[in-house]
Design a protein around this ligand. Sequence first.
Ligand code: COA
Length: 376
Amino acid sequence: MQPTHRPVISATGLFTPEESISNEELVASFNTYVERFNARNADAIAAGEVEPLEPSSVEFIEKASGIKARHVMAKAPVLDPEIMAPRWEERANEELSILAEIGVKAAREALARAGRDAADVDAVLCAASNMQRPYPAMAIEIQQALGIEGFGFDMNVACSSATFGIQTAADYIRAGNARSVLVISPEITSGHLNWRDRDSHFIFGDVATAVLVEDAVMAPAQHWEILGTRLKTVFSNNIRNNFGFLNRAHPETADRPDKLFVQQGRKVFKEVVPMVSQMILDEAERLEIDPQGLRRLWLHQANTGMNRLIAHRVLGHEANEDESPTVLDTYGNTSSAGSVIAFHLHSEDLAPGDMGLICSFGAGYSAGTVFVRRIG
Ligand code: COA
């Protein structure tokens, strides 16, 4: 018997910041910072008291990650070797906050594509790696800006926030607690990235995505049936950010780099690839889907090498761009938004009946799968 309430993806939306930083621009700024640091500390370096900084390289970045550029909300201060962080005017409480603003833009596109009136949406989940503040929830601010009744709340599962949000929304629909839920992922990752850290300064980019999850009975004729969702978390310190409200309890360490994104990239690569590949295969088996019959994989966008390995294990052969599209070359790692951007930009051409997989993975560790089938 078919369950009464069947969740589907009615539409998605994407907000892309206008400004973009190429690897060449990024490395030029970083290497100026390195030269200035080494010059300022020349005596201490000569005395063996301070380690000299090493320059970054465009070739390394592209070869190790596949990233060629990233969009950001504020390019000039990020590239200024004396700042190397985003900067903009602080907004008054009466103004829409910046994280909510980009979330609203992505949400409006999803609503327009679904032909949905915001008044018919029941809930807003703001699912992202970083919230601008603890409260009031970003989701509630977005809810108000869009004119939605009902409820909203924030959830953070780092890079897997969007897929965890999609399952949460799908569960509300399955249970009959909501009929239309917006899952919004505004990722201003430039705020948590340590632009002075050679190992990771090239990784992230800013963006916002929105996914409208609805009961099939109210969805537009063309939509994506959610065949199944699965979530997994395994604790790891290999991706960590110690920023938090209790930092004021130990002010002496407030400026240490661990209060921004830090990772052991090699370990992450090695540990996450098998974990995620197996999770996808197990879930496909549970859903009685032949993984080799999946028309497209919209994978988390952190590293092209990781995606190549995962796609190979799932599909049984080397995946081409059509089977496993890349967006991190121009977007960088956009945390939880990555797999949704890939889906948003590369799903229109699929035929009714085609099946695909949206899959995220990242800090926690956390991973989420959403198997979908095109309808209409
Ligand atoms: N420019 C030039 N060289 C650099 C560099 C840079 N910016 N950063 C590091 N290197 C050097 C290192 O010093 C090291 O040199 P060594 O071999 O002499 O010690 C070498 O390049 C390799 O460094 P490593 O950190 O081992 O690179 P890697 O091949 O593992 O690539 C990542 C780094 C981060 C791109 C890769 O590990 C990755 O993407 N991992 C997965 C990350 C992930 O998914 N994270 C989730 C985040 S949400």
